[in-house]
Design a protein around this ligand. Structure first.
Ligand code: PA5
Length: 445
């Protein structure tokens, strides 16, 4: 079974003719992706990863995860952006947002903010725990994870001594470059390499995603199988009608060309919150350049129907939605009988929450369509590592094709440097003295 895309509710806004007219463009974009001939071609290594990951690497990752799990109550995954969101998306989608309360080994995160409140809470929590660290940074020089690693490594060494601490640290970074690689070499940490031709937001199928996922006790073999199944389906089929990633890329492109400005990814499962966070980075960082792109937003329903529902139903008509629906839920909770029926809910007695949630989805999609917010729906048979593998690869192919249709290089992110330059200048980093002087003058004005 595979994930599917249903776009019935787009028929009012996208004609069959428009859909077929974009076919040659889409086909060309798919070819540029698969043959690695398009813009940013040096960063297309992720395309063939599903079939190229060496079995020995998978075994090494699994063994490393098993060893860390055996001696840790908590494993902290330190990283930001593409070195953080893929693993968190998969772990939370499989184990649910309350996983830290029920899993024997907890995977927690650091290095994705600079908050001393967050860090102090984490340090206090770790005082009574056995813990280990995975530090992830392709460049090996990103400030947020480097700071978190320095602080947590200090705590780890104080707790276990330098030698044992060294055995509780795994570094995932570039094969040669960067401060983290140097540190890992000097200290003899277990290290995994991020391939040169795989950018951060496309790296979930490298040790960047796989080690934390395995540390959470989730089957990386099943996850990869999902990637492989999707890769076989998407790379063999260039017709829009038969290739859901191409249809998705084409529809969002046609809507953008019609003047839509915002795509909202919608879920009805709290476990999918971080899949949306991962998706926002994937599409935002890949497409948002040269003054272009749909703004990728996300909401968690039905929660946000009570906060953002009004705007989506009735605000500026510059948006459309992409729903993610899960067909088979792992749990069934049934509405009990209540003699007094003061809440008037006895008509729902015996129904399970999944049915009610599904009605909420159907009712919402129809109401929003009627209100001028069209939608499409991605259907997942189940929230398992296998189908998540399918979903992530589906989005990766879709963003490459969509980025090429937009005529941008989907694989660079030059705009990310601007805030860093200012921050380094403000902090007085050695070597940028002139910038430090200039920025203080600008802020004083
Ligand atoms: O996708 C990207 O390129 C970014 O989000 C990076 O992954 C992020 O900035 C972290 O970079 P690094 O892994 O070099 O620390």
């Amino acid at each position: 079974e595979r994930i599917t895309l249903n776009y019935t509710y787009m028929s009012d806004v996208i004609s069959d003719e428009a859909f077929m007219q974009i076919q040659p463009e889409v086909e060309q974009a798919l070819r540029a992706t698969l043959e690695k001939t398009g813009a940013g071609r040096d960063f297309l290594g992720w395309v063939s990863l599903p079939h190229e990951i060496p079995e020995a690497l998978l075994q090494d990752i699994q063994q490393t995860a098993d060893a860390l799990r055996a001696k840790s109550d908590v494993i902290i995954s330190i990283g930001i952006g593409g070195s953080y969101l893929g693993a968190r998306a998969v772990i939370e989608a499989v184990q649910g947002p309350l996983a830290p309360y029920h899993e024997a080994t907890q995977v927690l995160y650091a290095g994705h903010n600079i908050s001393s409140w967050y860090m102090q809470d984490l340090l206090t929590f770790l005082e009574k725990k056995d813990f280990s660290l995975i530090v992830i940074s392709k460049s090996g020089t990103t400030t947020e994870p480097a700071l978190a690693f320095r602080i947590l490594r200090d705590a780890l060494e104080k707790c276990y001594g330098k030698e044992e601490a060294g055995k509780r640290i795994v570094a995932i970074t570039d094969k040669a470059k960067g401060a983290l690689k140097q540190l890992a070499n000097d200290e003899g940490y277990k290290t995994f390499i991020i391939p040169d031709d795989v950018g951060g937001r496309f790296s979930v199928l490298t040790p960047v995603g796989l080690l934390p996922i395995a540390c959470a006790g989730i089957s990386i073999q099943e996850f990869i199988k999902g990637f492989r199944a999707m890769a076989s389906a998407l790379t063999a089929e260039s017709s829009l009608k038969n290739n859901p990633a191409l249809a998705y890329a084409a529809i969002r492109t046609l809507l953008y060309r019609q003047g839509k400005q915002i795509e909202i990814l919608v879920n009805f499962e709290p476990a999918l919150h971080y899949v949306s966070e991962w998706w926002k980075q994937l599409f935002g960082e890949s497409e948002g350049k040269d003054g272009k792109a749909l703004f990728p937003a996300s909401v968690d329903f039905t929660t946000d129907l009570h906060s953002m529902g009004q705007l989506i139903q009735d605000g500026v008509r510059n948006l459309f939605e992409t729903f993610i629906i899960v067909n088979k839920n792992r749990h069934t909770v049934t509405v009990p009988h209540d003699e007094s029926n003061l809440d008037t809910l006895n008509y729902l007695e015996g129904k399970n929450l999944n049915e009610i949630n599904f009605s909420a989805y159907q009712g919402t999609a129809l109401a929003h369509k009627d209100g001028g917010a069209p939608s499409m729906t991605i259907e997942l048979p189940e929230l398992t590592p296998y189908y998540l593998g399918q979903l992530l690869y589906f989005f990766e192919i879709a963003v490459a094709v969509s980025g090429y249709l937009l005529k941008v290089n989907p694989f660079d992110q030059p705009g990310v440097e601007a805030y860093k330059k200012n921050m380094f200048a403000l902090l007085g980093k050695p070597g940028v003295e002139q910038a430090t002087h200039e920025i203080h003058t600008r802020l004083e004005r």
